[in-house]
Structures are given as C-alpha cells and as structure tokens.
Design a protein around this ligand. Structure first.
Ligand SMILES: Nc1ncnc2c1ncn2[C@@H]1O[C@H](COP(=O)(O)OP(=O)(O)OP(=O)(O)O)[C@@H](O)[C@H]1O
Ligand SMILES: [Mg+2]
Length: 368
C-alpha cells in the first residue's frame, strides 16, 4: 500500500467533538473529518479503510509543505529556481515576495504539479507531489495568476465542475457558501465572459476552494482588484487559516504581506534570499536611524564614540546612529553629550524608520 492509497479515504461521516487535523489518524475507526464542513474527506477510487497506520502517522507528522533542493531550468535554458529549501507548517500564512520574473509562479507551479522540477523534491502533507501526485493534488487548491478561460460556462458550472474534477461528490450547500463568502451568489448563473476582472478573480478563488483544499496557493490574488475586494480577500484568507487551511500567497503589495503573513519569504532570480517570521521582521523594522549632517566631515569615527552604534555616510558628511525606536532607552541623550564632548558639531538632523519595503528593495538591489 502506498502513501497515496492511505490518504483521504472516505468511509462514512464521523461527527466528533474533538477537531481532527486534516489527515489525522482515525483512532476510533472514524475517518478524517474536514474541519470546515464536518464532512469526511473522500476518494472514490480508493479501497475503504485499508491504509497503513504507519503511513498515515507519517503524513500527520509531516509539515504542510516541504520543499527540498528544488531547481528548475526551463527548456529555453533559463534557470528559474535555484536550490529552494522551505518548510511550511499547517495553518501558516506564508507570503512570497519577489520582483517580476523572480520565480514565484514557477515555484507554485512545481509544487502544484503543473511544471516539472529539474531536481529536488516537494511533499504536501507528506505526499510527494510527483510520486503521490493524486494524493498531493487532492489537498491542494490553486488560485492561478492568470484569469480563467472558461468564457461561456456559468459561475456555478465552473465551480461544480472543478469540485467534480477532484472526485468530490456534489455538495451544493458548501458551494453556495463559498459563492456567498465571495459575494458571487448573485452571479451564479452568469457566464464567465460577462464578469468584471475582479469578479473573475473571485471565481478563481471559488474554484480553488471548491474541493475543500487543506493547502491553498494564491498567486497574486489581489493584483488589479479594488480596495474593497482586497479587504474581503484578506478576511477570507484569515477565516480559512482559522479553520486550519495552510496558505501560501504571492504578492507585489508589501502591505499585504505585512497585514496577512505569519512568515515572509523573498525570492530573487530564482533564489530564496530571505525567510523570516513577520514578527521578527517587524522587530527589526522597529530599528530607527538618526542621521546627523555634520558641520565638518569626518574621515573616521572618533574612539570616544565607538560605544554608540554609528556609521559614517555621504563621504563622512553624515553620521548615522541606529537605535531601537520601540525602547524607552534610545541612547540619543548620551550620544549628543558624547558628540559635544568630542567637539563634533552638526548642522541638521533627521530620523527615519525602515520598512519591510526597504528590506525588500535592499535585498533585491544588493543582488542585482
Ligand atoms: N514556460 C517557460 N519557459 C521558459 N521560461 C519561463 C517559462 N515560464 C517562466 N519562465 C521564466 O522564468 C522566470 C520566472 O518566471 P515566473 O513566472 O516564475 O516569475 P514570477 O516571480 O511569478 O513573476 P511575476 O511577478 O511577473 O508573476 C522568468 O524569467 C520567466 O521568463
Ligand atoms: Mg508570477
């Protein structure tokens, strides 16, 4: 029996008071239950309840997503991904930032099995996305960057078809709720071609949610959508996360990453150049700089000032002091006293606080 066979086998709906993780072991003989709907996950083509306990246990223990040594060179010879290593925990919101052409969509496409990796492995909930393709794919939802081409299909037809593709039985109540959550219910009988760009984007999300995925990829979900829809999407993503769904989103909007993410990754020219907890980044962003424009330029920082966190800038015309802007003890008093004692005069001063955008820009520029 393979890990694929062991996954998501529906036997019957099992109502339990305890919430089970999406592939938890059926300790009392019950099947795993989807926390969103209370329904058992299912696979029509699987034998019933014959899976190996050990295989299931390893799937439970596995991170939601594990990417190891992933490289992708397109047939054109373009190296789009270089040795990507990344683990994402269940229930995490991970934001992937990077300039155009950095490799974000390629990475998502490899994980979702749309593009073949040149080397490396990806597992989703312990299932290899190549060897256990069906199991892995059945727990993944993808909201692609490109707008759908189902021009003449209705909204309802599109999402019901998508659910069926994953072998899910019809569940009109669930699909209605998805459409209502996305303010699409009124448009359920409209053909895709008649929808606005923002509405089409919502349908892409509805499609991705139609089969109740445990891991959701959103490739620039809010590109070109209005402020209201962006807020709606953020709320939707948060509510999905609260229900245990793992979310990986790419965005060009730094404030989106700041607002949403538990962790932030920056990809540049196919390399993952930063992966950091957002809180930790925010702590770092708490650092402020006080820049003093000196009356006379300095060639070196005097010995008596070396205890302060100082750097020379603008060819010695500026002295930059970094400090913790969130602390009561900024050290500015002591610095000014020591500057006076050292006979250093300044003409002007300014303070600034770095932002995630600064970090992003400097990471990307440093490597250009
Ligand atoms: N099918 C393909 N064949 C050859 N090169 C490709 C293919 N798809 C993407 N690329 C190249 O791989 C690189 C990464 O593209 P990718 O679409 O992953 O970037 P991205 O980070 O998603 O960019 P964007 O922010 O513009 O969406 C780009 O240089 C792109 O031209
Ligand atoms: Mg892209």
């Amino acid at each position: 029996m393979t890990a694929q066979d062991s996954s998501i086998v529906a036997v019957r709906i099992c109502r339990q008071t305890t919430t089970l993780p999406f592939q938890s072991l059926a300790v009392d003989g019950c099947t795993p239950v989807n926390e969103q709907t209370g329904l058992a996950f299912e696979r029509h083509d699987s034998p019933v309840e014959t899976s190996s306990v050990r295989e299931r246990a390893s799937a439970v223990a596995a991170p939601a997503l594990s990417v190891s040594g992933l490289c992708k060179t397109y047939d054109s010879g373009h190296i789009a991904l270089k040795d990507i290593n990344l683990e994402i925990s269940k229930g995490e919101i991970f934001a992937l930032l990077g300039p155009n052409g950095a490799g974000k969509t390629t990475l998502i496409s490899v994980i979702c099995g749309i593009v073949n990796a040149s080397s490396g492995t990806v597992t989703a909930a312990g299932f290899d996305v190549v060897k256990d393709y069906r199991s892995a794919r059945s727990i993944i939802g993808l909201v692609p960057q490109e707008i759908t081409r189902d021009a003449f299909e209705t909204v309802w037809g599109t999402i019901s078809f998508s659910r069926g593709l994953f072998g899910k039985p019809p569940n009109d109540v669930y699909l209605e709720q998805v459409l209502r959550d996305l303010s699409l219910w009124e448009k359920r009988n409209s053909q895709m071609i008649t929808l606005s760009g923002g509405m089409k984007r919502r349908v892409l999300i509805a499609k991705a949610l139609s089969h109740e995925p445990d891991i959701l990829f959103l490739d620039e979900p809010t590109a070109g959508v209005d402020v209201e829809l962006r807020r709606d999407m953020w709320n939707l993503v948060r509510s999905l996360r609260d229900r245990g769904v793992t979310i990986i989103l790419t965005t060009h909007y730094i404030e989106e990453a700041e607002e949403m993410a538990d962790r932030i990754g920056v990809i540049h020219r196919g390399e993952l150049v930063l992966v950091e907890e957002k809180q930790e980044l925010m702590r770092k962003l708490g650092s402020k700089q006080l820049t003093l424009q000196l009356a006379e330029p300095l060639s070196v920082i005097p010995e008596s000032l070396t205890q302060h966190s100082l750097e020379l800038a603008a060819d010695g015309h500026e002295l930059v002091y970094s400090y913790d802007g969130q602390s009561d003890q900024t050290g500015i008093d002591a610095l000014l006293t020591d500057l006076t004692a050292a006979g250093i005069r300044f003409r002007d001063l300014r303070t600034r606080q770095s932002s995630l955008e600064d970090i992003f820009v400097s990471l990307v520029q440093d490597r250009s």
